[in-house]
Write a protein that binds this ligand. Structure first.
Ligand code: PDD
Length: 289
């Protein structure tokens, strides 16, 4: 972990940073967060991450403790200070401490604000070249998955199913439809068309999801944003998972069965190869700007 963290307006050595045991983030998971990728010390899509932070705060009725320019200042400073060139910056805002344990909001809310940096752990090249295996599970989460809250128990249990099975991610279905992964967005390719689930209360509006759709539009890849059935997902020609830290990865096995046309083998598909190249090109352009 990073040497210095930002906690409630102070820059402190991580081991000196303290949060009350009465913090609602600790006792209730009453808080929101963001994970911002940093390449060569430059935060990537910071504006969009901060806009989503605002949406999450609005969604839990917690006033934003900082203006956008202040957030930009803190994150930029963290990106310059941390010891790694490529990082993942974590922001958390909770509803702060309460005098007595009570589910209802305290009369006076003093939010807890934490920012820390970790080294960016990009997926090994083998995952990109050979693809990853995933399992599936029923989406047991609540009905506000559009908010990036720190109440992540269901996501943790779901991700652990993948780990126990020796896989990378758990793909979630709710009522017969694809939602997303336990900590990623999922795309389906069928007959050369990129299918994306509709952004609604059942999935996180992914920043990487938006980039993938922007790149599809820019490069003329046919794409549709619509409900995707479980059967369509299982019968996909290609499946991808994406997130700020994993970028985009090809899924080649779902519940022990190869993804794609029978006989094609469990290998990443041609549309993935194009999207991966577009993504890297886009990143390089943004970072040069
Ligand atoms: N998770 N869906 C869920 C449930 C997620 O937790 C994430 C990201 C995504 C992808 O969103 P984005 O492209 O904005 O990173 C989708 C982060 C990385 C995390 O919790 O660590």
């Amino acid at each position: 972990m990073t040497a210095r963290v930002f906690l409630n307006g102070q820059w402190l050595p991580a081991q000196e940073a303290r949060v009350s045991v009465m913090d609602r983030g600790f006792l209730f998971g009453d808080g929101v967060y963001e994970v911002i990728p940093v390449y060569s010390r430059r935060p990537f899509r910071l504006e969009q991450h901060l806009a989503r932070l605002q949406q999450s705060l609005d969604g839990i009725q917690l006033a934003n403790p900082h203006r956008t320019d202040e957030w930009i200042g803190f994150v930029t400073q963290m990106a310059l200070e941390a010891e790694w060139e490529d990082q993942s910056i974590y922001i958390q805002v909770t509803r702060g401490p309460m005098a007595v344990r009570n589910h209802a909001f305290p009369p006076e809310v003093i939010p807890t604000v934490l920012i820390l940096a970790e080294p960016m752990l990009t997926p090994p090249a083998s995952q990109r070249e050979q693809g990853i295996a995933v399992v599936s599970a029923a989406d047991i989460r609540w009905l506000r998955c559009d908010l990036k809250t720190t109440s992540l128990l269901a996501n943790c249990l779901l991700r652990q199913l993948a780990v126990t099975a020796g896989c990378v991610e758990t793909v979630l279905f709710r009522d017969g439809f694809l939602t997303e992964g336990s900590a990623s967005s999922i795309f389906v390719i069928r007959d050369g068309v990129l299918l994306a689930p509709i952004k609604n209360h059942l999935m996180l509006p992914g920043i990487t999801y938006d980039i993938i759709l922007e790149l599809a539009a820019q490069h003329g890849l046919p794409h549709e944003v619509r409900d995707i059935t479980e059967a369509e997902t299982r019968g996909a020609d290609e499946l991808w998972m994406c997130s700020s830290t994993k970028e985009v990865l090809p899924v080649v096995m779902l519940d022990g069965r190869a993804v794609g046309k029978v006989g094609a083998g469990a290998t990443p598909g041609p549309v993935f190869a194009r999207m991966y190249a577009w993504y890297q090109e886009f990143k390089a352009t943004v970072m040069r700007a």
